[in-house]
Design a protein around this ligand. Structure first.
Ligand code: SF4
Length: 399
């Protein structure tokens, strides 16, 4: 339904854009006060409709006219909040990628706050966020040092021998897996190393996706430009670049399109590995195990072929991977972490995920590609799903 309203909403967004030019803080306070008193403004109805969008991008891929609701939603929010005050949670979510490297140096106070009952209640009532994740205590920096893995810098790449270059790959970090699921990144490093690749890790740069989702378009453009400078330089070395989280990685070919025409090629892991693994003949075999994949919405809608590539990869290692049919898990980035969306997020999860996750027939077999999907399963069903990379690692370790 949201998709059908696309052109009307774009018009509305343009009208608001015109008005917002003249809106300063005083005007925003006044407009917000009037709105809260019940004064009518059609843009508030549009805002309410927009807030129900999960940014799953089904409309982008599956709607016959390919209307991109998440994109015009972001633009609408930018102009809407030129007229009204933003909720505090938007600033928190938008700035998380920028703060997380500093917070991760001393994670104890942050983690204490996220676990403490009083602080959690305050986060919910004052900031509007629930169930925020905690930062991993064993940092990626430590893990890479223990494995003697280099950062992907100009100097480290220039020092590679031709033979090393041929088997090198650069992991492009994202804030969610690097800081909240560090073990997954290290497992990917271990998998690729065991397969004979020379792994380098790109220095962390904020991707900007959370800024885009919340309509901080100027800040997003700035973050994207900075990130692109690093990624282009890495891309020019000719080494393959791979990202772990599908939603964050696909940002480089969707949201970044509006920032530049000169985009680096950052692939999903499976897009690259499905070809690269053919050059690394494996010896030995492992008894076949059946795995079941719960793919991320953005991956299904924006890179559908990549789901089959997971199956090809598992098949190459003699394993079976069935792709289960599901809808959205209800987390969708930080949507489910917003207190106002918590009930809806749980209801969406109950539509297709809950039964699958709790089915005894799937025990020990389920894999999920999305960080947000794994977070949702963890908080609502207290289960830890593995990423497909971690299942592949367990197989390769037995070869
Ligand atoms: S992104 Fe998903 S939830 Fe949002 S309008 Fe499109 S299909 Fe609906």
């Amino acid at each position: 339904m949201l998709s059908q309203q696309g052109s009307d909403l774009n018009q509305e967004a343009e009208q608001i854009r015109g008005a917002s030019v003249f809106s300063g803080l005083t005007a925003r306070v006044r407009n917000t006060f009037r709105r809260n008193r019940g004064e009518y403004d059609f843009s508030n109805e549009v805002h309410e409709a927009m807030m129900g969008c999960l940014a799953c991008k089904s409309c982008v891929a599956q709607c016959p006219i390919k209307v991109n609701v998440p994109d015009f939603r972001a633009r609408f929010l930018e102009v809407y909040y030129g007229r009204y005050l933003r909720p505090m949670k938007d600033y928190l979510v938008g700035s998380l990628e920028f703060m997380i490297p500093s917070l991760s140096r001393f994670p104890a106070p942050y983690n204490w706050a996220m676990r403490n009952t009083f602080m959690r209640a305050a986060m919910k009532s004052l900031v509007g966020m629930v169930d925020s994740p905690v930062i991993c205590r064993h940092s990626l920096r430590q893990g890479l040092r223990e494995r003697s893995i280099d950062w992907a810098t100009e100097a480290s790449i220039l020092s590679l021998t031709p033979a090393q270059r041929d088997r090198s790959v650069v992991i492009v970090q994202d804030a969610f897996t690097s800081y909240f699921e560090t073990q997954l990144v290290l497992d990917l490093v271990d998998l690729l190393s065991l397969l004979g690749f020379n792994v380098l890790v790109a220095p962390f740069m904020p991707n900007g996706k959370p800024l885009h989702v919340h309509g901080f378009m100027q800040a997003f453009n700035k973050a994207a430009e900075k990130n692109l400078t690093l990624l282009r330089a890495l891309d020019e070395t000719g080494l393959p670049l791979v990202g772990i989280d599908p939603s964050m990685t696909l940002t480089y070919r969707s949201e970044y399109k509006d920032v530049s025409d000169d985009l680096p090629n950052v692939m999903l892991i499976q897009e690259w590995l499905v070809e690269a693994i053919q050059q690394r003949p494996l010896t030995g075999s492992v008894p076949q195990h059946s795995f079941k994949l719960l793919a991320h919405c953005t991956e299904k809608t924006s890179a559908a072929a990549s789901i089959r590539q997971w199956q090809t990869l598992f098949g190459y290692l003699g394993q079976e991977l069935e792709v289960l049919s599901t809808g959205c898990c209800g987390m969708s980035g930080t949507f489910g972490h917003e207190a106002q969306n918590y009930k809806l997020s749980k209801e969406i999860y109950a539509l297709s995920w809950s039964e699958i996750v709790n089915s005894p027939a799937h025990k020990g077999q389920l894999l999920a590609t999305g960080y947000s999907c794994r977070s949702q399963v963890k908080r609502l069903d207290n289960q830890m799903l593995l990423h497909p990379v971690q299942a592949l690692l367990s197989v390769v370790q037995k070869l």
